[in-house]
Design a binder for this molecule. Structure first.
Ligand code: ZN
Length: 64
């Protein structure tokens, strides 16, 4: 079974759901590129640069 991940247009968080688990009504999209796994946001330079504060899976780029 293949899970099609979707990305939130607001926070770039990846989820299999059609709406963001954090932003509620915010629609997610399949139009995203790159994969980012953040485990320790405090120690991650990428997390700091992208403004990510919570561990999780994120898309690097999301088409708006
Ligand atoms: Zn979101």
């Amino acid at each position: 079974m293949k899970v099609q991940y979707r990305a939130c247009k607001k926070c770039k968080r990846l989820t299999p759901e059609k709406t963001c688990p954090v932003h509620g009504d915010e629609k997610t999209t399949t139009e995203w590129f790159g994969f980012l796994l953040i485990t320790e946001p405090e120690l991650s330079a990428i997390a700091k640069r992208t403004g990510i504060t919570e561990p999780g899976m994120y898309a690097i780029k999301v088409r708006q």
